[in-house]
Every structure is written in C-alpha cells, then in structure tokens.
Design a protein around this ligand. Structure first.
Ligand code: C2O
Ligand code: CU
Length: 575
C-alpha cells in the first residue's frame, strides 16, 4: 500500500513535470550571422561565393514547432545589400521578416544589421536563401529544419535521418549572369557546371568513373568537394530530408536497389506512397523514408540528374554506406540513371500521386475569386523577359509592405493587373505580338477570401518550346487542386480535387499545361508569388499579392529605411 501510493505520487510528479515542460517548451533560438564573400571550392574549383559566418552552405537552423527564431544578420558584403527569405515559413504576424527585398523590407545595407524574428509553427523540411538580385545563385542558402513540438510526433517512424540540400552551380559569377540576362542581345546563363549535394559536387568528373578507373581527373586537395556519404546500418529506416534551392535545374533523385516512401512535401504530410525515384523542382522539399533492406555487404549510389532541360551537367553522386563497409568500397551496381529529360509523363505521374495525408485540412469547397496567370516569354524594347498576363514584374524602390501599410501614393504602379488573358491567345504557339510591358502593380486580395489561381503555361518565344516553371507562394501553403494539359477550361473546375489535395508552397507547371491552386488569404502582408527559377524571376516572372495590409502590426523601422518610407522616417513622418 505504502509503495503503491509512493509510486502514484511519483507518477503524478512525473505528469506535472511533463506539463511544466510542455508549457515552457517553446524556445527562442538565437543566431548571430555575418553574410560575406568567401573563397570556397564547392565543385573542386575555387570561386568567390556568398557565405554565412565563413560557411557554405550557411549554418543549418534546427528548431521545434512553436519556437521563435531570432537571427541577427549583419551584412559584411561591402558593396551590395542583402536579405534572407525563410522559404516555407508563413510569417503569420511578422510579414516584415519574410526577407524579400522591395516587397517585405529594404535590402540591408553593407555594415548594417537586421533582426529576423519569427515563429516556426509547423514541423517540416525548409530552407532559407538570399532574395535580392540573384544572390541565391551565389551560394546564399542553408537548411531550416523544424521538428515536432515536445510531446508531439510526426505520423511515421524512423531510426535516423539525413539532410540533403540540393543545388546547381555556375562558374560564371552572378554579376556576369545578371548583366547577361538584362543585355541586348540577351545572354542566357546556360546549364550549370555542377550539381551540388550539401554544397559539394565534382565538376567535370564522373565520380563513378574516377573511383572505378582510379583516374586523376577528380583529384582534389580540397575537402570542400568530397562526396557526401550517408552512413547507415542494415535493416533500419532513415528519413531523407531533400530540398532543392537550384537556380535553374529540375532534378531527379534515386538510390540504387532501394525504393523510397514519400511522406512529406513542403512541410506537409502526404499520404505515403512508394517510388523508385523522385522529381524535385527548385523551391520544393520532400521527406522520404529509406529502408536499408538490401545486401549489407555492398554500398549503393544515390544519384541526382537533370530533368526538363537537355542535360549538359553530370549527375551528382553520394554514397549510401552500409556499416561496417568502408565508405570507399565501390557499390556493386552502377548509379541509377535519371529518366529521359523530356519524359514528362514520368514527372506528371509522380506529381499526380502526391495527395494530402488522411485527416489533413480540406480546402474550402468554393472560391471567391479566380485569377488566371498566363506565363509567356516576351520582348520589351528588344530585351528578353518573362511575363504574366503580358506584364513583366519590375520591383519598386520602396518595399510594398511599408508603402501599402502607410498608404503612400506613387510608390508602385497603381491599378490591378489583369485577372485573365484574351480567349484568342493560342498557348501552343509563340506569342503573335511578343511585346510586353513592365510594371510593379499588385493584386490586392480581400482579407480572408478564398482565391483560385490558374497557372497557365504556354509556348515560349521559340517554336515548340515550353518549359517547366516551379511557382512558389510566400506567406501561405496552398492546395494543389488540379493539373491539366493544354489550355485551362471552365469545365476543368468540375474535376478539381477538393477531397484530398496536397498542401504545398511550391508547385510546378508542366510544358503546355496548367496547374490550379486554392488558398485562403488569411495572412496580412504583401507576398511574392513567382517562378523559383532564379533567372526567370530576375526576368520578371512573378506577381505580388497583398492581403489584409491594414491588419499588419508595427513594421520595424529597419525594414523601411529605403525609398519613400526612408525619407518619411528621416522626417519623422511615419507613425
Ligand atoms: Cu524560395 Cu521567393 O523564394
Ligand atoms: Cu520559370
């Protein structure tokens, strides 16, 4: 009797301490970062890139759902501003921390510091990156991983995890690239030299051939470019977190002899499904479960190849190293080969299989507004651009968030951009009149309304060319309610999946196809919606959504120090 009541007491003490822990569990996690130029050899070739605290990729942020992230960011770039966007984090109540130059804040000037402070509310695989000019492509990125809050669990089990941040790498500097893209005649950036896994790759060297033939072409003195090794134990399940921050490339990832089970997409749980390989577009993230159930005396290749563009870049390789084999033991089977670059049916069947996990929130069954966005390649005064409903996005000098919040006149182009495109437009042909205009106008969306956006792909300037574009929405997740080939038609609405559409923050439009998304405009702020291909965004491929700006709280003045809000601050004219 005495012992049992004692143990009862202990148990209840245990419960109380668990409760106390839960109450105090969410933390503020502090980071002090300096963004600066560094020498690094991501693909065994030394270059100057943009790193954080001397590191490339930048430090991984790891937090728990409910935590507050506090990053004190100092710009030590000397000659250019900087901002960092937290891709996939919705920034409820903190739209000024979204890190988009000209949209949510002024670029942080050299030697200045800006504090990003925001909550991460949802477990998942995210990342961060520069969002000013083409700084992302200069290496300014890193991982942001959010674990379930204490006492909560994600709906799948695993014994260990690996993080794979994928990117592509150019030897030409982003300054060369930027000038080329805005030159007449146009100079395209071309295909990347190297694909990187966690910032490491091997230029002009087939790692497999190197290891097999012992050739010297891949010899390097730099450990910056050593291949990534995933050290695993037999008969375990591992979570691979995979995110893509590529500048241009769409990728395919596969592991020799192994299948994978997809469980997460962009920080949302999906109904698990098994695949041999996954396609991943810039701006997307996935978690897959890998079970190490193959012959443990061998190692295996993990291989990443290019999709959607004729590849001129060798696949990136990593080694799945079954313990206790040596990591340098050559896999017996050759690296998996990506599907043909233009096998879009393969890509579509993968995308179509991504559905919300049972029990996930369903979308509103109807929308209040539909915005159709035609994606075209155009000319403006002989310059090559991308346009949306014939408008190529040109960002204003005063960030929208401040100018809209304080109702400043003439800070950006007035008027609502078009909600649709002419019914006579043939999406299967190059534009008959390729000329387009530039504008900074924005779509103002009624707060808390439900919006459908139809992303309509079309033929580019050259005949028989239509490309993949991964579109990313800031400040929200959206439901992907439908895909189709050719031109979107009113009757397609009846086919929308309103039962179990996946929630995502990035979705692709396939060549000559359309993709329909639905979201609720419940996050006061000004949000970019754009193609995540860095040169495409630079060429104007994006739009601006503003919602509930009157509900935005007090914007930190460090976000307002440029343009018209900057002048007003100087004269004490801002509240
Ligand atoms: Cu990861 Cu606006 O982008
Ligand atoms: Cu694009």
């Amino acid at each position: 009797m005495a012992t049992s009541s004692l143990s009862l007491l202990l148990i209840s003490a245990g419960i109380i301490s668990v409760l106390l822990q839960a109450a105090s569990a969410s933390k503020t996690r502090h980071f002090k970062w300096e963004v600066g130029y560094i020498y690094a050899s991501p693909d065994c070739n030394e270059k100057i890139l943009i790193g954080i605290n001397g590191q490339f990729p930048g430090p991984t942020i790891r937090a728990k759902a409910g935590d507050t992230i506090h990053v004190e960011l100092k710009n030590t770039l000397h000659t250019e501003g900087v901002v960092i966007h937290w891709h996939g984090i919705r920034q409820f109540g903190t739209p000024w921390a979204d890190g988009t130059a000209s949209i949510s804040q002024c670029a942080i000037d050299p030697e200045e510091t800006f504090v990003y402070r925001f909550r991460v509310e949802k477990a998942g695989t995210y990342f961060y990156h520069g969002h000013y000019g083409m700084q992302r492509a200069a290496g300014l990125y890193g991982s942001l991983i959010v674990d379930a809050a204490d006492g909560e669990a994600e709906p799948f089990r695993y014994d260990g995890e690996f993080n794979l941040l994928l990117s592509d790498w150019y030897h030409q500097s982003i300054y060369d690239q930027t000038v080329g893209l805005s030159s007449k005649p146009f100079r395209w950036i071309g295909e990347p030299q190297t694909l990187l896994i966690n910032g490491r790759g091997q230029y002009n060297c087939s790692l497999a051939a190197h290891l097999i033939e012992g050739s010297n072409t891949c010899e390097t003195t730099s450990k910056d470019c050593a291949p990534v090794v995933l050290r695993v134990l037999p008969n375990k399940t591992y979570r691979l977190r995979i995110a893509s921050t590529t500048s241009l490339s769409s990728l395919n990832l596969a592991i020799g002899n192994h299948k994978m089970v997809v469980v997460e997409a962009d920080g949302n749980h999906v109904e698990p499904f098994m695949v041999d390989d996954i396609d991943i577009y810039s701006g997307e993230s996935y978690s897959v479960l890998l079970t190490t159930d193959q012959n443990p005396s061998s190692n295996y290749w993990l291989s990443i190849g290019v999709r959607g563009r004729k590849p001129k870049t060798s696949p990136a390789l990593a080694i799945v190293n079954y313990s206790p084999n040596s990591p340098s033991k050559l896999p017996e089977s050759s690296p998996p080969i990506a599907p043909e670059w233009n096998d879009y049916n393969h890509s579509k069947s993968f995308s179509y299989r991504i559905l919300a996990r049972r029990g996930a929130p369903k979308p509103p069954q109807s929308a209040d507004r539909r915005i159709v966005l035609l994606n075209t390649q155009n000319k403006i005064d002989g310059y090559t651009k991308w346009s949306i409903n014939n408008i190529s996005l040109a960002l204003p000098p005063t960030p929208y968030l401040g100018s809209m919040r304080y109702r400043l006149k003439n800070a950006f182009d007035a008027g609502t951009p078009p909600e649709n495109f002419p019914s006579s437009y043939d999406v299967m042909k190059p534009p008959t009149n390729p000329n387009s205009t530039q504008s900074s106008n924005a779509y103002v969306i009624r707060f808390n309304s439900t919006v459908d956006v139809i992303l309509q792909n079309a033929n580019a300037l050259a005949v028989n060319v239509s490309e993949i574009h991964p579109w990313h929405l800031h400040g929200h997740d959206f439901w992907v309610v439908g895909y189709g080939d050719g031109r979107f038609d009113e009757k397609d609405v009846a086919r929308f999946n309103l039962k179990n559409p996946p929630l995502r923050n990035t979705v692709v439009i396939f060549p000559y196809g359309w993709t329909a998304i639905r979201f609720v405009a419940d996050n006061p702020g000004v949000w970019a919606f754009h193609c995540h291909i860095e040169p495409h965004l630079h060429m104007g491929m994006g739009v601006i959504f503003a919602e509930g700006v009157e509900h935005v709280g007090k914007i930190p003045k460090e976000a307002l120090v440029c343009g018209m809000t900057g002048k007003m601050l100087m004269h004490n004219h801002l509240p």
